[in-house]
Ligand binder design. Structure first.
Ligand code: NAD
Length: 365
């Protein structure tokens, strides 16, 4: 009997269901070629979950994720839920599920398909093959926050009024586990790691530096360098192909990975994986959101989610051959000139979500 793996599907909102359905058909074909099978459990998250249960992340969804081998997520959110109480907004579900599953490492590859060089806003992006390793469950997005009335005044006498604050803090343990993971990924690639921080200003960044230099001693084959985040945002535009692996904090990684993504030409091409301790389920999702502006129009590019499914097979199920098959199929379809609306040149015919998925299925052998 063939091995069976359980995958929790959280399709979410907007284009989420369209792109997850596309990825499931591709994963199923890769699994059947590879001689294993996938069993799916569909769960609610985000706006769809709010509409049906009043909560963005129902307990049953969390339980299903925890008992599965891996989780595939579409995207959450949309204008319908933009004005509801912030504590139950669809996006809260993302922070919640990351915390529940202990997903401390967010892997965001940004690879330039040479055939799409024209779609990049950057002229020297050919050859870019970057992996951003972002810390995902610490730092300012999870730190102390609050709002209080303040009696202080500006020099001209204007009262401060309310003051709001958010706090960036990192422990040695949190830094060490993500930096070790990043060194390990760099060892398996071109062996170059860049720590991105703001150590000229921030105390927490200085702890990142000292811990990273300590861990570097255990990875003598990996060269390490450092960039301040403001400089890194410029260097990414100036010399994108020179980066191998970047490791950084939650907020810096959030911003830099979107910048790196844009260089590849379309957010519709970018996959991601969020991983915790070995043996625990990882969560895989496209980098893009629910794109309500194109939901239901057939314009959603399914490639980001299909490549996320390839990462799922590689990292959570230990099926690198099946992952390679999917990645090769995507590459060959792009090389053959097939395009969705987001990556088509002006006036060029483009394929719908379903047509692009069919082309990738055809190329998968
Ligand atoms: P978005 O990523 O949804 O869309 C940005 C732009 O990219 C839009 O023009 C959209 O049409 C386009 N786009 C996105 N994915 C595409 C694809 N696969 N193919 C072709 N074009 C694509 O970002 P947004 O508009 O800022 O946010 C929309 C909603 O998604 C918001 O509610 C936001 O909070 C949410 N969001 C969710 C996630 C997530 O679930 N992980 C991430 C980001 C944003």
């Amino acid at each position: 009997m063939s091995e069976v793996y359980k995958i929790t599907l959280m399709k979410g909102d907007g284009i989420g269901p369209e792109v997850v359905d596309a990825a499931v058909s591709v994963m199923d074909k890769a699994a059947s070629i590879g001689g294993f099978s996938l069993e799916y459990e569909e769960c609610l998250i985000g706006g769809a979950a709010i509409d049906s249960t009043g909560k963005p992340l129902p307990e049953e969804t969390v339980a299903s994720c925890k008992s599965s081998d891996a989780v595939l997520l579409g995207a959450v959110g949309g204008p319908k839920w933009d004005t509801i109480d912030p504590s139950i907004r669809p996006e809260r579900a993302l922070l919640g599920i990351r915390k529940e599953l202990g997903l401390f490492a967010n892997l965001r590859p940004a690879v330039m398909f040479d055939e799409l060089a024209d779609a990049s806003p950057v002229k020297n992006a050919k050859g870019m093959d970057l992996l951003i390793v972002r810390e995902l469950i610490g730092g300012i997005y999870f730190g102390d926050r609050g709002t209080y009335d303040c009696i202080e005044k500006l020099p001209d006498g204007t009262p401060f009024g309310k003051v709001s604050y958010d706090t960036e803090s990192y422990s040695q343990a949190e830094i060490r586990r993500i930096v070790k993971a990043a060194f390990t990924y760099a060892s398996g690639r071109r062996k170059h790691l860049t720590l991105v921080d703001k150590a000229n200003v921030m105390e927490s960044s200085r702890l990142w530096r000292t811990e990273t230099m300590e861990i570097a001693k255990s990875f003598p084959d990996v060269t390490l360098d450092f960039l301040y985040v403001d400089n890194c945002s410029m260097q990414l535009i100036g010399r994108p192909a020179s980066f191998d692996v970047i490791v950084t904090s939650n907020i810096f990684g959030d911003i830099l990975s979107d910048e790196a993504g844009m260089i590849t030409g379309s957010i519709g091409l970018l996959p991601s994986a969020s991983l915790g301790d070995p043996g625990k389920p990882g969560l895989y999702e496209p980098v893009h959101g629910s794109a309500p502006d194109i939901a239901g129009t057939g314009k959603a590019n399914p490639i980001a989610t299909i490549l996320s499914a390839a990462m799922l097979l590689r990292w959570s199920l230990g099926k690198p051959e099946a992952a390679d098959l999917i990645e090769d199929a995507v590459r060959s379809v792009i090389r053959s000139g097939f395009r969705t609306a987001d990556i088509a040149s002006q006036g060029e015919n483009y394929l719908t979500t379903e047509q692009m998925t069919a082309k990738i299925l055809e190329a998968l052998k």
